[in-house]
Design a protein around this ligand. Structure first.
Ligand SMILES: Cc1cc2nc3c(=O)[nH]c(=O)nc-3n(C[C@H](O)[C@H](O)[C@H](O)COP(=O)(O)OP(=O)(O)OC[C@H]3O[C@@H](n4cnc5c(N)ncnc54)[C@H](O)[C@@H]3O)c2cc1C
Ligand code: SF4
Length: 341
């Protein structure tokens, strides 16, 4: 690991000034991703600005009814927050499906948004990787790619975004708030991650030195029945092969609104707009769910070794929507706890 300077500012402006003054600065959240990448030689910041002392830990309702989640709230605090469990249960489930208890105690919301891909070639500096070394090639295309993307990829990179939390955030139309020395900005999560294109090393629209300060969830997205399910290769401590976050608004057996996002299938959380459109005013039946999944996945382009993800995504989406429409299905622990109150 290369030498670096470590600083722990108490105020946001101080953190921004430090980052603006030094090109090689990285913000440090829980360090659960960044420090590993430093040890692997993938990242080599000259300055770490620890953001955990900043006053950005709070999770609270805004006067307008949106839920504002501070960027340094830990994943554990987010998962158990009463507002999250009550109004956005899929978000709580998604966070709890990720990593381990110890990691969630350290990991922050801001760091989770910006965690890097788990493509093995990205972390292996002996291999070509356009995301790590632009122009060097993509070793995964002809190599190990059974857990890589089926949607939205280009020949420049076929990696997936690894976050569980972000899939639920995408389904709920979250917005990312960030700050630079020029002021505060907020953009929809849907516009936060850049398409792969020919520059996979550029993953988000964040300007240089910008600090993520919060994520906001619209009040209008809360209160629907929602669910997150993740398929992975072992029961815990593993990234998704495919995951689905969904929220449904069903009246008299008809879908009035659907919010659906996939994880594990693309370089960013994949909002299933085609499926949502196909479901609007459709009967809430497994046949309609299957047709909607097919509409979304018509654009899938599997690689040689990951075609299984197309069927998996389809079946998982149908299963999640079926669970959400089955009124007798109350297996969700958070929901049971809320109902007991
Ligand atoms: C063994 C293991 C298993 C895991 N399994 C899963 C899993 O199943 N699902 C899952 O979703 N995740 C999983 N993770 C990843 C984990 O969720 C991330 O490592 C974590 O969320 C990153 O948060 P952090 O605060 O530690 O980020 P850090 O490592 O501190 O930072 C990550 C990046 O974000 C930047 N950053 C941090 N905070 C800010 C901010 N406020 N503003 C701007 N930039 C910022 C940093 O500069 C860095 O580039 C796993 C990790 C490990 C090590
Ligand atoms: S898929 Fe992306 S991250 Fe993986 S080797 Fe190719 S360019 Fe690198």
């Amino acid at each position: 690991m290369k030498n670096f300077t470590y600083q722990r500012p108490a105020q946001v402006r101080e953190a921004l000034a430090l980052a603006a003054a030094h090109d090689g600065t990285r913000y440090l959240g829980g360090g659960t991703n960044l420090v590993d990448l430093m040890k692997d030689g993938v990242e080599a910041p000259t300055r770490l600005v620890d953001v955990r002392q900043l006053p950005l830990k709070g999770i609270q309702l805004s006067p307008g009814g949106d839920l504002v989640i501070g960027a340094t709230a830990t994943n554990s605090d987010l998962a158990v927050h009463p507002e999250v469990r009550r109004h956005y249960p899929a978000l709580s489930q998604a966070v709890l499906a990720g990593a381990s208890g110890q990691l969630r105690n350290m990991a922050t919301v801001g760091g989770n948004l910006l965690q890097r891909t788990r493509c093995g070639y990205f972390a292996d500096t002996s291999q070509p990787c356009n995301k790590r070394t632009p122009g060097s090639g993509c070793a995964a295309l002809a190599g190990e790619h059974h857990n890589h993307a089926i949607l939205g990829w280009t020949e420049h990179c076929v990696a997936t975004h690894p976050s569980d939390m972000c899939v639920a955030l995408a389904a709920f139309d979250a917005r990312v708030r960030y700050e630079t020395l020029d002021g505060v900005s907020e953009i929809p999560l849907a516009d936060f991650y850049l398409p792969v294109g020919d520059s996979p090393q550029r993953e988000t629209v964040l300007p240089r030195g910008a600090l993520i300060t919060a994520v906001t969830l619209p009040g209008s997205a809360g209160g629907l029945r929602s669910r997150y399910r993740k398929v992975r290769e072992r029961a815990s401590y593993a990234f998704a092969n495919v995951s689905v976050a969904a929220a449904l608004d069903v009246h008299d057996g008809v879908v009035r609104g659907a919010r659906i996002a996939f994880g594990g299938v693309a370089s960013r959380p994949w909002r299933a707009r085609e499926a949502e459109a196909a479901l609007r005013d459709a009967a809430a039946t497994p046949d309609a769910f299957r047709a909607a999944a097919d509409a979304e996945l018509a654009a899938a382009r599997p690689l040689a070794d990951n075609a299984y993800k197309v069927a998996l995504a389809r079946n998982l989406m149908v299963a999640v929507l079926t669970e959400l429409t089955d009124r007798a299905e109350l297996t969700d622990r958070a929901e049971l706890a809320d109902r007991a109150e």
